[in-house]
Design a protein. Structure first.
Length: 168
């Protein structure tokens, strides 16, 4: 808690229309090269995060309190927070920004397998620069994560719900 007081914090909550994302996922699932892979909104979000960071590299940065400077990381080491029997782990995909959508889906699928089988190593969790915490898999609409005081931000996608009629 003490470290979180050293860096200003803000949270933004919003509903996002993912109709086109769901349609894209359905299309990807039909493609031969995606056969056997779990393709979910997280795959698309992970790619979107990497593309956004290419345009806005300052988002893939951290604060080095010891040197009193902001460090912009050249690679997106994309962490995916996962609950396990032993607690929360955050393995990451190294240089996720260099992967195309298929490669990212393969890497995410491998990461999930390693987590489920308890094969995550310290190296898998080292040097993460940005983390996605998917609480939507638990049916949760949103959550404010414990802050990573040196990080710029970490998205927390919630449950994918059908759009309400008349909402606006």
């Amino acid at each position: 808690m003490q470290a979180s007081l050293q860096v200003p914090q803000a949270s933004v909550w919003m509903d996002v229309d993912v109709t086109e994302t769901v349609a894209l996922i359905d299309q990807l699932k039909q493609r031969r090269e995606f056969a056997g892979l779990r393709v979910s909104p997280i795959v698309v979000l992970a790619k979107a995060v990497c593309l956004a960071m290419a345009k806005h590299p300052e988002v893939n940065s951290s604060l080095d309190l010891a040197r009193d400077e902001i460090v912009v990381h050249p690679d997106v080491n994309l962490g995916i927070a996962a609950a396990t029997r032993r607690g929360l782990v955050v393995p990451n995909i190294k240089a996720a920004n260099d992967l195309n959508l298929l490669e990212l889906a393969e890497a995410l699928n491998e990461l999930v397998s390693k987590v489920r089988e308890g094969r995550i190593t310290p190296a898998d969790a080292a040097r993460g620069t940005f983390t996605i915490t998917n609480v939507g898999v638990f049916g949760v609409e949103g959550w404010h994560p414990d802050p990573q005081p040196q990080r710029v931000g970490d998205p927390v996608p919630g449950d994918v719900q059908p759009a309400s009629v008349g909402r606006g």
